[in-house]
Design a protein around this ligand. Structure first.
Ligand SMILES: [Zn+2]
Length: 417
């Protein structure tokens, strides 16, 4: 039987103490706590696990967060048979194919809270761990649309991918074009024919390899040595998460309230000494103030210390391992997962000038991305890519040799944080 349920008089009832622990896990996670911070918190409070021990790990927290039973659902399709000869059951790691069915038992957490935690889980980079071959293949497939999701034209439009041409060996070469440009006449044509109401865009198409080349140079420059880069990336993510947690659970406003009440109490004493306050009234006011302070101090106690930002927690360890395995220092190009996670948006501001916005690991939806045509801050980095650099990049990636200097224009790159 599951650990949060106990048998009383032949029926099963929820063990409130255990249920409270589970609720705590979901609540803390929804407030921005990482798995490691929750482990620390549960241990600090002496909460018991399913075996009656105070012995928590990130794995246990992760398992609780993924368990739909807590919101009253049964989850199917969590594992499948590998093939009909061996009939070995393997874990299905593709959460999107899970099937949830409402069960006839009492939920411990609300569906809203469970799904909020699910949303946070999915937005964190840990999801990039792809232990089985199948999901990894899926990942590679979806990188076809990687740049479609990152590019945004100076006209505000999105980009589409197209087959630029085919190499002799049949390998397709992709390019990206502004959707506004694709479906409308060019800006010059519109001006020439005085079409005042006509939408248009003059942005030129971008070959995929140029985007990859820029990405590689940016990551090299911004993060220098790749190993250091990974660690820095991990810390960025972590401080971003901790920032959220501390902002919500800040003790400062409570402390200042306590100070205020204590001052008020001193005033009562002064008033009493001056004979302005009758004895009973004075005592009642003091009692009221003391109660309020006691309540606030309880609130303060309930706040846990923010997780120390300097250490790389075990969540981060997993990410670190993943990234260091993915980022091949000697590799010709960058792992798409790195671009997926750390590039927010790319906007060409002129034919050969690009603005890149990096993000700190908290993925943003399409609507939340920065409008790079309206930036107020200065770029953290500006550089150009010349013909020689491009040529070396093409060679190390075994791209075709026909690449002429006369047809090349240097690329200007601005990077924003
Ligand atoms: Zn456009």
């Amino acid at each position: 039987m599951t650990w949060w349920v106990i048998k009383v008089n032949r029926t099963y009832v929820i063990n409130e103490e255990q249920a409270a622990t589970i609720r705590m896990v979901f609540t803390l996670y929804s407030q921005g706590y990482g798995e490691k911070a929750i482990v620390n918190e549960l241990s600090r409070l002496g909460r018991k696990d399913g075996h009656g021990n105070v012995s928590w790990s990130c794995t246990k927290i992760s398992r609780i967060l993924r368990n739909a039973t807590y919101m009253g659902y049964v989850c199917y399709n969590k594992s499948k048979v590998n093939n009909y000869l061996e009939k070995k059951r393997i874990n299905n790691l593709d959460e999107t194919s899970f099937v949830y069915v409402k069960g006839n038992f009492e939920p411990i957490v609300s569906e809203a809270l469970w799904h909020e935690c699910e949303r946070i889980r999915k937005s964190r980079i840990v999801n990039l761990r792809l232990p089985d071959g199948e999901t990894r293949r899926k990942g590679i497939d979806s990188t076809k649309y990687l740049w479609v999701a990152k590019l945004r034209c100076c006209c505000g439009s999105s980009y589409r991918i197209f087959n630029w041409r085919k190499l002799k060996d049949g390998t397709p070469v992709f390019g990206y074009q502004c959707n506004m440009r694709t479906v409308n006449p060019t800006r010059s044509f519109v001006l020439e024919h005085n079409m005042t109401q006509q939408l248009s865009c003059d942005a030129i198409s971008i070959p995929e390899w140029k985007l990859e080349l820029m990405a590689k140079k940016i990551f090299e420059k911004v993060w220098g040595n790749q190993n250091k880069a990974i660690l820095r990336a991990c810390k960025m993510i972590e401080s971003c998460q901790n920032g959220k947690a501390t902002a919500r659970m800040s003790a400062a406003p409570i402390q200042s309230k306590i100070e205020k009440i204590k001052k008020r109490k001193l005033n009562y004493a002064a008033m009493r000494a001056d004979g302005e306050l009758p004895r009973e009234e004075y005592q009642a006011l003091c009692k009221q103030a003391d109660n309020e302070v006691a309540r606030l101090e309880q609130e303060l106690k309930a706040l846990s210390p923010a997780p120390e930002p300097q250490t790389v927690s075990s969540d981060m360890k997993a990410i670190y391992d993943f990234l260091s395995q993915k980022v091949d220092v000697h590799g010709a190009c960058l792992a798409p997962e790195l671009i997926e996670q750390f590039v927010e948006v790319v906007t060409p501001i002129a034919d050969y000038s690009y603005r890149w916005k990096l993000n700190t690991g908290c993925k943003k939806s399409k609507e939340e991305r920065t409008d790079l045509m309206a930036v107020s801050e200065k770029p953290i980095l500006t550089f150009t890519i010349n013909f020689e650099t491009a040529k070396r990049y093409r060679e190390s990636n075994k791209m075709p040799h026909q690449f002429r200097r006369a047809a090349w224009t240097d690329l200007t790159v601005e990077v924003y944080l």
